[in-house]
Ligand binder design. Structure first.
Ligand code: ZN
Length: 191
């Protein structure tokens, strides 16, 4: 396993539409080793998720995991999840404003409207079908990661550019208010 370099905003790989994988490609040892690297790199950087094109591989694989994350202390935990060829489908029309950051957009956060509930269909790393519903703050994390595979970054979805802030100023001026709003979302959606 190895920790990979993470691409920063401005690198064209982050704007590429990632390519879907076949089950045969997914089963190859090099693809499985790549998934191990993706997980290790995500954990090393304290990411809540990491998409393959963030480590310069434009293929449709992303990892998510939240375990008492120090970058996002208000995020509910998400067990380690690998999504291959994921497709998200919004359920209902409700949205909420999520304060997002990204390992590929250093030291910037901003408010992004996200669907409150999405159906997640994908394969896991074994090629088995995944079909579940993600809700609330966790649904925002899923949408952020699947956006990466479509070549979209959270900054593209920021509606009010005045919400943009560095991590220090987020903690100084936004964290307390957002933790309260995030708590209300978690109470409502259970995640
Ligand atoms: Zn990101």
């Amino acid at each position: 396993m190895a920790i990979r370099k993470i691409a920063s905003i401005g690198h064209p790989v982050l704007r590429q539409q990632a390519r879907p994988l076949t089950r045969e490609e997914l089963a190859r040892p090099e693809t499985q080793a790549f998934i191990d690297d993706l997980i290790e790199t995500m954990r090393d950087a304290n990411g809540a998720g990491l998409a393959a094109n963030q480590v310069y591989q434009p293929i449709q694989i992303c990892a998510l995991e939240v375990r008492d994350n120090p970058r996002y202390p208000y995020k509910p935990n998400i067990p380690l999840t690998i999504l291959v060829n994921p497709v998200l489908e919004p359920i209902g029309s409700e949205t909420f404003d999520n304060y997002e950051g990204c390992l590929s957009v250093p030291n910037l956060r901003g408010l992004v409207p996200r669907h409150a509930e999405v159906r997640v269909r994908a394969w896991d790393r074994e090629g088995r079908d995944v079909d579940h519903i993600a809700r609330g703050i966790s649904a925002g994390t899923y949408q952020h990661e699947v956006d990466h595979l479509l070549g979209t970054l959270f900054v593209d979805r920021v509606v009010d550019s005045k919400s943009l802030c560095t991590w220090t100023e987020f903690e100084r001026y936004q964290l307390a208010g957002f933790v309260e709003r995030a708590g209300a979302i978690v109470a409502r959606y259970g995640s």
